[in-house]
Design a protein. Structure first.
Ligand code: ADP
Ligand code: TRP
Length: 324
Protein backbone atom coordinates (compact mmCIF):
# COMPACT_ATOMS: atom_id res chain seq x y z
CA UNK A 1 0.00 0.00 0.00
CA UNK A 2 3.01 2.34 0.12
CA UNK A 3 1.55 4.06 -2.90
CA UNK A 4 3.70 7.02 -3.77
CA UNK A 5 7.20 6.31 -2.57
CA UNK A 6 8.65 9.31 -4.38
CA UNK A 7 6.81 11.58 -2.00
CA UNK A 8 8.38 12.41 1.34
CA UNK A 9 6.51 11.01 4.28
CA UNK A 10 6.03 13.03 7.44
CA UNK A 11 4.63 11.91 10.79
CA UNK A 12 4.39 13.27 14.27
CA UNK A 13 2.44 12.28 17.35
CA UNK A 14 1.37 13.99 20.54
CA UNK A 15 0.12 12.38 23.71
CA UNK A 16 -3.44 13.16 24.76
CA UNK A 17 -2.33 13.78 28.31
CA UNK A 18 -3.47 17.38 28.81
CA UNK A 19 -4.18 20.66 27.06
CA UNK A 20 -1.78 21.64 24.28
CA UNK A 21 0.48 24.61 24.94
CA UNK A 22 2.18 26.98 22.53
CA UNK A 23 5.43 24.97 22.84
CA UNK A 24 3.66 21.88 21.43
CA UNK A 25 2.14 23.95 18.67
CA UNK A 26 5.30 25.77 17.62
CA UNK A 27 7.72 22.86 18.14
CA UNK A 28 5.75 19.99 16.61
CA UNK A 29 2.28 20.78 15.31
CA UNK A 30 2.93 23.89 13.23
CA UNK A 31 5.98 22.38 11.47
CA UNK A 32 3.83 19.34 10.62
CA UNK A 33 1.01 21.54 9.30
CA UNK A 34 3.48 23.57 7.21
CA UNK A 35 4.96 20.38 5.73
CA UNK A 36 1.50 18.94 5.05
CA UNK A 37 0.70 21.91 2.82
CA UNK A 38 3.42 20.88 0.39
CA UNK A 39 1.86 18.53 -2.19
CA UNK A 40 5.21 16.70 -2.42
CA UNK A 41 4.65 15.38 1.09
CA UNK A 42 2.39 12.71 2.50
CA UNK A 43 1.58 13.49 6.09
CA UNK A 44 0.43 11.47 9.11
CA UNK A 45 -0.61 12.86 12.47
CA UNK A 46 -1.12 10.47 15.34
CA UNK A 47 -2.80 10.70 18.71
CA UNK A 48 -0.33 8.77 20.88
CA UNK A 49 -2.98 7.37 23.21
CA UNK A 50 -1.06 4.22 24.20
CA UNK A 51 1.90 6.42 25.09
CA UNK A 52 -0.41 8.50 27.27
CA UNK A 53 -1.19 5.41 29.36
CA UNK A 54 2.27 5.86 30.89
CA UNK A 55 0.80 8.80 32.82
CA UNK A 56 -3.01 8.87 32.53
CA UNK A 57 -4.88 6.44 34.80
CA UNK A 58 -8.47 7.40 34.19
CA UNK A 59 -10.27 6.00 31.15
CA UNK A 60 -12.79 8.81 30.93
CA UNK A 61 -10.05 11.37 31.16
CA UNK A 62 -8.07 9.72 28.37
CA UNK A 63 -11.17 9.63 26.19
CA UNK A 64 -11.82 13.30 26.89
CA UNK A 65 -8.21 14.34 26.21
CA UNK A 66 -8.20 12.32 22.99
CA UNK A 67 -11.31 14.08 21.79
CA UNK A 68 -9.89 17.47 22.74
CA UNK A 69 -6.54 16.92 21.07
CA UNK A 70 -8.16 15.99 17.75
CA UNK A 71 -10.26 19.13 17.99
CA UNK A 72 -7.06 21.07 18.74
CA UNK A 73 -5.27 19.55 15.74
CA UNK A 74 -8.08 20.56 13.41
CA UNK A 75 -8.46 24.01 14.94
CA UNK A 76 -4.71 24.59 14.66
CA UNK A 77 -5.00 24.14 10.91
CA UNK A 78 -4.62 20.43 10.17
CA UNK A 79 -6.38 19.84 6.86
CA UNK A 80 -8.04 16.42 6.85
CA UNK A 81 -7.59 16.23 3.08
CA UNK A 82 -3.79 16.47 3.35
CA UNK A 83 -3.24 14.59 6.59
CA UNK A 84 -4.04 11.06 7.75
CA UNK A 85 -5.15 11.71 11.31
CA UNK A 86 -5.48 8.61 13.47
CA UNK A 87 -5.28 7.16 16.96
CA UNK A 88 -2.30 4.93 17.67
CA UNK A 89 -4.51 2.40 19.46
CA UNK A 90 -6.62 1.85 16.36
CA UNK A 91 -3.75 0.23 14.53
CA UNK A 92 -2.56 -2.89 16.41
CA UNK A 93 0.62 -3.03 14.31
CA UNK A 94 2.16 -0.39 16.59
CA UNK A 95 2.02 -2.60 19.67
CA UNK A 96 3.07 -5.63 17.73
CA UNK A 97 6.17 -4.07 16.19
CA UNK A 98 7.16 -2.37 19.44
CA UNK A 99 7.37 -5.81 21.06
CA UNK A 100 9.73 -6.98 18.32
CA UNK A 101 11.93 -3.92 18.94
CA UNK A 102 11.81 -4.50 22.71
CA UNK A 103 13.27 -7.92 22.09
CA UNK A 104 16.16 -6.42 20.11
CA UNK A 105 17.35 -3.55 22.31
CA UNK A 106 18.94 -3.94 25.72
CA UNK A 107 17.91 -2.68 29.13
CA UNK A 108 21.18 -0.69 29.57
CA UNK A 109 20.48 1.04 26.23
CA UNK A 110 16.95 2.04 27.29
CA UNK A 111 18.29 3.13 30.67
CA UNK A 112 20.26 5.90 28.97
CA UNK A 113 17.12 7.63 27.67
CA UNK A 114 17.12 11.24 28.97
CA UNK A 115 13.37 11.48 28.74
CA UNK A 116 12.85 8.42 30.96
CA UNK A 117 15.41 9.62 33.50
CA UNK A 118 13.99 13.16 33.57
CA UNK A 119 10.42 11.98 34.01
CA UNK A 120 11.32 9.61 36.84
CA UNK A 121 13.48 12.30 38.46
CA UNK A 122 10.39 14.54 38.41
CA UNK A 123 8.43 11.93 40.32
CA UNK A 124 6.65 10.16 37.49
CA UNK A 125 5.84 6.52 38.03
CA UNK A 126 8.75 4.43 36.65
CA UNK A 127 6.42 1.95 34.97
CA UNK A 128 7.71 -0.50 32.36
CA UNK A 129 5.63 1.27 29.69
CA UNK A 130 7.52 4.49 30.35
CA UNK A 131 10.78 2.57 30.15
CA UNK A 132 10.04 0.98 26.77
CA UNK A 133 8.27 4.11 25.45
CA UNK A 134 10.97 4.80 22.79
CA UNK A 135 10.39 1.42 21.13
CA UNK A 136 6.67 2.11 20.71
CA UNK A 137 7.62 5.47 19.24
CA UNK A 138 10.06 3.73 16.89
CA UNK A 139 7.25 1.45 15.71
CA UNK A 140 4.91 4.46 15.23
CA UNK A 141 7.38 5.94 12.80
CA UNK A 142 8.91 3.09 10.82
CA UNK A 143 5.62 1.29 10.13
CA UNK A 144 4.79 4.04 7.63
CA UNK A 145 8.20 4.46 5.93
CA UNK A 146 8.48 7.93 7.38
CA UNK A 147 11.26 10.24 6.19
CA UNK A 148 10.81 13.21 8.54
CA UNK A 149 9.47 13.64 12.05
CA UNK A 150 8.77 17.20 13.23
CA UNK A 151 9.37 17.39 16.99
CA UNK A 152 10.81 19.60 19.70
CA UNK A 153 14.41 19.30 20.83
CA UNK A 154 13.50 16.99 23.74
CA UNK A 155 12.56 14.26 21.24
CA UNK A 156 15.89 14.28 19.38
CA UNK A 157 17.19 11.29 21.31
CA UNK A 158 14.02 9.34 20.65
CA UNK A 159 14.74 9.60 16.92
CA UNK A 160 18.26 8.29 17.60
CA UNK A 161 16.64 5.39 19.46
CA UNK A 162 14.34 4.79 16.50
CA UNK A 163 17.30 4.56 14.14
CA UNK A 164 19.04 2.22 16.57
CA UNK A 165 16.00 -0.07 16.68
CA UNK A 166 16.00 -0.11 12.86
CA UNK A 167 19.70 -1.02 12.77
CA UNK A 168 19.17 -3.81 15.29
CA UNK A 169 16.30 -5.19 13.23
CA UNK A 170 18.31 -4.98 10.00
CA UNK A 171 21.30 -6.74 11.56
CA UNK A 172 19.09 -9.57 12.75
CA UNK A 173 16.60 -9.90 9.92
CA UNK A 174 17.80 -7.92 6.90
CA UNK A 175 16.93 -4.49 5.48
CA UNK A 176 13.32 -3.42 5.71
CA UNK A 177 12.76 -0.01 7.28
CA UNK A 178 13.57 3.57 6.36
CA UNK A 179 15.75 5.54 8.78
CA UNK A 180 13.73 8.60 9.76
CA UNK A 181 15.19 12.00 10.58
CA UNK A 182 13.94 14.52 13.11
CA UNK A 183 12.88 17.97 11.93
CA UNK A 184 13.65 20.47 14.67
CA UNK A 185 12.87 23.97 13.48
CA UNK A 186 15.49 26.54 14.41
CA UNK A 187 14.34 28.90 17.12
CA UNK A 188 11.35 26.83 18.26
CA UNK A 189 13.02 23.56 19.31
CA UNK A 190 12.78 24.65 22.93
CA UNK A 191 10.03 27.22 23.45
CA UNK A 192 10.58 28.69 26.92
CA UNK A 193 7.84 28.63 29.52
CA UNK A 194 6.77 31.28 32.00
CA UNK A 195 9.74 30.47 34.26
CA UNK A 196 12.30 30.51 31.44
CA UNK A 197 12.73 26.71 31.46
CA UNK A 198 11.43 24.61 28.53
CA UNK A 199 7.66 24.99 28.39
CA UNK A 200 6.17 21.69 29.50
CA UNK A 201 2.90 20.39 30.92
CA UNK A 202 4.87 18.76 33.70
CA UNK A 203 6.60 22.02 34.75
CA UNK A 204 3.33 23.93 35.11
CA UNK A 205 4.88 26.81 33.17
CA UNK A 206 2.72 26.72 30.07
CA UNK A 207 0.85 29.25 28.00
CA UNK A 208 -2.19 27.28 26.80
CA UNK A 209 -2.79 27.20 23.06
CA UNK A 210 -6.56 27.17 23.40
CA UNK A 211 -6.93 29.05 26.63
CA UNK A 212 -9.37 31.92 26.85
CA UNK A 213 -7.91 35.38 26.48
CA UNK A 214 -8.03 35.64 30.30
CA UNK A 215 -6.08 32.39 30.73
CA UNK A 216 -3.43 33.54 28.27
CA UNK A 217 -3.25 36.88 30.05
CA UNK A 218 -2.84 35.16 33.42
CA UNK A 219 -0.05 32.94 32.08
CA UNK A 220 1.77 35.87 30.47
CA UNK A 221 1.48 37.99 33.60
CA UNK A 222 3.09 35.14 35.53
CA UNK A 223 6.22 35.16 33.33
CA UNK A 224 9.12 35.55 35.69
CA UNK A 225 10.94 38.87 35.26
CA UNK A 226 14.31 39.81 36.63
CA UNK A 227 14.13 43.25 38.20
CA UNK A 228 17.87 43.82 37.72
CA UNK A 229 17.68 44.42 33.95
CA UNK A 230 15.80 46.82 31.71
CA UNK A 231 14.53 44.09 29.45
CA UNK A 232 12.42 41.20 30.77
CA UNK A 233 14.41 38.38 29.14
CA UNK A 234 11.81 35.60 29.35
CA UNK A 235 9.05 37.87 28.02
CA UNK A 236 11.33 39.00 25.21
CA UNK A 237 12.34 35.45 24.27
CA UNK A 238 8.75 34.25 23.97
CA UNK A 239 7.82 37.46 22.14
CA UNK A 240 10.65 36.90 19.63
CA UNK A 241 9.18 33.52 18.70
CA UNK A 242 5.63 34.87 18.42
CA UNK A 243 6.88 37.73 16.25
CA UNK A 244 8.50 35.25 13.90
CA UNK A 245 5.24 33.30 13.63
CA UNK A 246 3.42 36.53 12.78
CA UNK A 247 6.05 37.35 10.16
CA UNK A 248 6.99 40.56 11.97
CA UNK A 249 10.57 41.80 12.04
CA UNK A 250 13.02 41.49 14.91
CA UNK A 251 13.99 45.14 14.38
CA UNK A 252 10.42 46.13 15.14
CA UNK A 253 10.43 44.04 18.31
CA UNK A 254 13.74 45.46 19.45
CA UNK A 255 12.31 48.93 18.94
CA UNK A 256 9.22 48.05 21.00
CA UNK A 257 11.35 46.82 23.91
CA UNK A 258 13.61 49.85 23.63
CA UNK A 259 10.65 52.21 23.68
CA UNK A 260 9.21 50.48 26.75
CA UNK A 261 12.42 50.04 28.71
CA UNK A 262 11.59 48.98 32.27
CA UNK A 263 7.83 48.92 31.59
CA UNK A 264 7.20 45.23 32.09
CA UNK A 265 3.42 45.45 32.29
CA UNK A 266 3.15 47.24 28.94
CA UNK A 267 5.45 44.69 27.31
CA UNK A 268 3.45 41.78 28.73
CA UNK A 269 0.25 43.41 27.46
CA UNK A 270 1.82 43.67 24.01
CA UNK A 271 2.79 39.97 24.17
CA UNK A 272 -0.79 39.00 25.09
CA UNK A 273 -2.04 40.95 22.06
CA UNK A 274 0.43 39.21 19.76
CA UNK A 275 -0.35 35.73 21.10
CA UNK A 276 -4.03 36.54 20.60
CA UNK A 277 -3.31 37.35 16.94
CA UNK A 278 -1.98 33.81 16.51
CA UNK A 279 -4.54 32.02 18.64
CA UNK A 280 -7.85 33.87 18.14
CA UNK A 281 -8.55 32.55 14.62
CA UNK A 282 -7.83 29.00 15.82
CA UNK A 283 -10.15 29.42 18.79
CA UNK A 284 -12.92 30.47 16.41
CA UNK A 285 -12.31 27.46 14.15
CA UNK A 286 -12.27 25.18 17.18
CA UNK A 287 -15.75 26.16 18.23
CA UNK A 288 -17.14 25.17 14.83
CA UNK A 289 -15.82 21.58 14.82
CA UNK A 290 -18.49 18.98 15.54
CA UNK A 291 -18.16 15.65 17.38
CA UNK A 292 -19.42 13.91 14.29
CA UNK A 293 -16.66 15.41 12.16
CA UNK A 294 -14.08 14.17 14.66
CA UNK A 295 -15.57 10.67 14.65
CA UNK A 296 -15.57 10.45 10.88
CA UNK A 297 -12.02 11.76 10.49
CA UNK A 298 -10.69 9.30 13.06
CA UNK A 299 -12.51 6.40 11.48
CA UNK A 300 -11.14 7.02 8.00
CA UNK A 301 -7.68 7.80 9.41
CA UNK A 302 -7.61 4.47 11.27
CA UNK A 303 -8.57 2.55 8.15
CA UNK A 304 -5.89 4.26 6.12
CA UNK A 305 -3.23 3.76 8.83
CA UNK A 306 -3.97 0.03 9.14
CA UNK A 307 -3.89 -0.43 5.39
CA UNK A 308 -0.62 1.49 5.09
CA UNK A 309 1.25 -0.64 7.63
CA UNK A 310 -0.27 -4.03 6.75
CA UNK A 311 2.26 -5.01 4.12
CA UNK A 312 5.18 -3.97 6.32
CA UNK A 313 3.86 -6.05 9.20
CA UNK A 314 3.36 -9.06 6.95
CA UNK A 315 7.05 -8.89 6.00
CA UNK A 316 8.07 -8.44 9.65
CA UNK A 317 6.10 -11.53 10.68
CA UNK A 318 7.61 -13.51 7.88
CA UNK A 319 11.18 -12.42 8.74
CA UNK A 320 10.93 -13.05 12.48
CA UNK A 321 9.37 -16.47 11.92
CA UNK A 322 5.82 -16.20 13.17
CA UNK A 323 4.03 -16.64 9.87
CA UNK A 324 3.68 -19.99 8.14
P1 ADP B 1 5.17 18.27 27.34
O1 ADP B 1 6.66 18.45 27.60
O2 ADP B 1 4.42 19.51 27.59
O3 ADP B 1 4.59 17.07 28.05
P2 ADP B 1 4.98 16.60 25.03
O4 ADP B 1 6.04 15.69 25.53
O5 ADP B 1 3.57 16.10 25.00
O6 ADP B 1 5.04 17.99 25.80
O7 ADP B 1 5.40 17.07 23.57
C1 ADP B 1 4.65 16.95 22.39
C2 ADP B 1 5.48 17.55 21.26
O8 ADP B 1 5.69 18.93 21.49
C3 ADP B 1 6.88 16.92 21.13
O9 ADP B 1 7.26 16.88 19.78
C4 ADP B 1 7.74 17.89 21.88
O10 ADP B 1 9.10 17.85 21.49
C5 ADP B 1 7.09 19.21 21.54
N1 ADP B 1 7.33 20.18 22.59
C6 ADP B 1 6.95 20.09 23.88
N2 ADP B 1 7.34 21.16 24.59
C7 ADP B 1 8.01 21.95 23.71
C8 ADP B 1 8.68 23.20 23.84
N3 ADP B 1 8.71 23.85 24.99
N4 ADP B 1 9.28 23.72 22.75
C9 ADP B 1 9.24 23.07 21.56
N5 ADP B 1 8.63 21.89 21.37
C10 ADP B 1 8.03 21.34 22.43
N1 TRP C 1 7.15 10.98 22.30
C1 TRP C 1 6.38 12.04 21.77
C2 TRP C 1 6.14 13.08 22.90
O1 TRP C 1 6.22 12.82 24.03
C3 TRP C 1 5.03 11.58 21.25
C4 TRP C 1 5.15 10.58 20.16
C5 TRP C 1 4.74 9.29 20.19
C6 TRP C 1 5.70 10.80 18.86
N2 TRP C 1 4.99 8.68 19.02
C7 TRP C 1 5.57 9.55 18.17
C8 TRP C 1 6.29 11.89 18.23
C9 TRP C 1 6.04 9.40 16.87
C10 TRP C 1 6.74 11.73 16.92
C11 TRP C 1 6.63 10.49 16.25
O2 TRP C 1 5.83 14.16 22.60
Amino acid sequence: MLSSLSKKRILTGLQPSGALHIGNYLGALKPLIDLSNDPENETFLMVADYHALTSVRDGNQLREHTHQIVRDYLAAGVNKDNVTLFRQSENPHHMELSWVFNCLVTVPFLMQAHSYKDKVAKGMDANAGLFTYPMLMAADIVLYDIDFVPVGEDQRQHLEYTREAVTKFHNAYGELFKEPKEVIVKGVGVVPGTDGQKMSKSYKNTIPLFGTREEIQKAVMSIVTDSSGDKPEHVFNIHTIIYRVLGKSQVELDALYHEHTGKYKALKDALVEDIEKVVAPMRERRAAITDDQIRRILMSGAEKARAESALKMTVVRERIGISF
